[in-house]
Structure formats: structure tokens, C-alpha cells
Design a binder for this molecule. Structure first.
Ligand code: TYD
Length: 139
């Protein structure tokens, strides 16, 4: 499938309310996430004014959650850009493969939790925007 920024959606995750603090659980069996999760990683201690991302993935699909704090994610399919603000730990942004992404405007103490469809592979990255445009034109 050729992904566009409109294939990216916010998924509302279940929230177990508790006066002592809430819980959100994500389970492959529940099919809440549109892929099987192979890897989880998280970004933290992000200095003020820093930006992350600036790459695309050929195959990797991801669900990104602001586990703490907030940040913006701008997606780009080579034609259209779309920016999402994430600020709730029960909302995840589903990102199909093949989109350029940039993350910025991190709040102090923000934690960017990422559920990924594959294990880490540098071969899956496109880190040059010109290469990304060529990749999109070949799709
Ligand atoms: P990268 O994905 O480029 O960071 P970001 O999108 O957050 O700006 O990864 C930064 C570095 O960390 C890069 O050298 C690869 C390494 N890395 C791993 O070794 N394993 C991982 O699972 C990830 C996500 C990154």
C-alpha cells in the first residue's frame, strides 16, 4: 500500500480509571494496534528546543505515545504535510511505513514512547530527504 499522511490516525487506547492513578494497557491480542509489536523504545531527557526524527522508514510501522508531557509530530508523504500534537498518555499516533517524520516542541520531561512493528534495522531508514523523494516517486 502507498501510504499518505491521511493513513495516519490517532488511536484512543483504553484507560483504566483509578483514583490512585490510571493504567493504559496495550495487548497484541486485542488488535488495538494495527500491527504486531516487535520492539518498544522511548525517548527521554530531550533537551529544550531539540528536534528528533528527520527520517522515513521503508517498512517499519509505529505507534507513538506521549507517555509524559507533549510534543508535535509532523508527517510528510512527499506531497502533503500534517502535524499532530500528542499530549495524552491514552492517545497513540499510528504511523504507516513510508512517511517522513519530524518531532519537535518537546515539553520539559516529555517521554515519547514508541511501539514498533520490527526490530531495529538501519537498512530500513531513509535519512536523506532527497532519497525519500526518490523513494516516494518509485512507489
Ligand atoms: P533515530 O531513530 O535516528 O532517532 P530519532 O528518530 O529519535 O531522532 O536513532 C538514533 C540513534 O539510536 C541511531 O544511531 C540508531 C540508534 N537506535 C538504536 O540503536 N536502536 C533503536 O531501536 C533506535 C530507535 C535507535
Amino acid at each position: 500500500m502507498i501510504s499518505s499522511v491521511y493513513d495516519s490516525t490517532i488511536i484512543e487506547l483504553p484507560k483504566i480509571h483509578n483514583i490512585a492513578g490510571n493504567i493504559t494497557a496495550i495487548d497484541n491480542a486485542d488488535k488495538m494496534v494495527p500491527f504486531d509489536v516487535s520492539r518498544i523504545y522511548y525517548l527521554y531527557d530531550i533537551p529544550g528546543g531539540e528536534s528528533r526524527g528527520a527520517h522515513a522508514h521503508k517498512e517499519l510501522q509505529q505507534l507513538i505515545i506521549a507517555a509524559s508531557g507533549s510534543f508535535d509530530i509532523t508527517l510528510d508523504d512527499g506531497k502533503t504535510k500534517r502535524t499532530f500534537n500528542l499530549s495524552r498518555p491514552y492517545l497513540g499516533l499510528y504511523m504507516p511505513s513510508g512517511l517522513w517524520r519530524e518531532l519537535d516542541n518537546f515539553s520539559s520531561g516529555a517521554i515519547c514512547l514508541v511501539l514498533a512493528s520490527h526490530c531495529y534495522s538501519e537498512q530500513d531508514y531513509i535519512r536523506d530527504y532527497g532519497d525519500f523523494k526518490v523513494f516516494r516517486e518509485k512507489l
